[in-house]
Write a protein that binds this ligand. Sequence first.
Ligand SMILES: O=C(O)CCC(=O)C(=O)O
Length: 274
Amino acid sequence: MPESCTSEFFTDEAVAIYGEQGFFLPLRMFAAEGVAELRAHLEAAEARQGSLTGKNRSAKYHLLMTWLDQLVRHAGILDAVEKLLGPDILCWGTALLIKEPGDGTHVSWHQDLNYWGLDPADVTTAWLALSPATKETGCMRMMAGSHLVHYAHRDTDDPSNLLSRGQTVADDLDEAAATYIELQPGEISLHHGNMAHASGPNSGSERRIGIAIRYLAAHVRPTDGPDSALLVRGQDRYRNFEAETSPAEDFDPAAMAEHDRVMALRQAVLMAGV
Ligand SMILES: O=C(O)CCC(=O)C(=O)O
């Protein structure tokens, strides 16, 4: 795992900004060599398995690949997350969010906690850019302050929407007020689980590669049936989630069997109420 940069850190002022707007960016985590190393791991996995992206944004690939397991435990990322969630932290999911140039994929306006079955809302996503995330390549857009509001959602049927059920905010949003979450390779943004966010298609000429890591404070509870998570820092005194285990090797048979089992739990949660 590459060294993290120590030149920038998540200051108390930055934490206050996160509290007000529900997101914060950028935090530089990796220098160019670190990004190249992570991207090489990801592209080797794609060469082996085929596309790893698609609609399953909670796919938990960190339970299958050792480099991703190390990334979700990365001290620099966890130091920032700890300032938001406290010392006891679970990783609930990872998603490889890749948009190929011109593939038309996008993400409609949504709030993650509307359908993740988690309470209370002490949930944050660290989104790491491994290529430029810009307006052109389809970076995320966020509505400052929307983490304090609950919007009604409806499901839509759009195959190019990366959300599993095309979940979309049903209320009118003032899209002109949205902030573009532009990131350079090696930078992360952090966003609250209730943040209203979306992203447009990639009209650039290079891949837009993001890795989203979903973190929970250990006191969060699953509300829609049994669920599982991986302890990545501190202690789990609550045991609200079945404990997940890290892979011994990439795609080893035990890890694949465990992944199948916990993804069945997850699928039931994500489809609850459909
Ligand atoms: O990567 C994107 O464009 C959207 C990501 C997203 O919706 C999320 O991380 O919650």
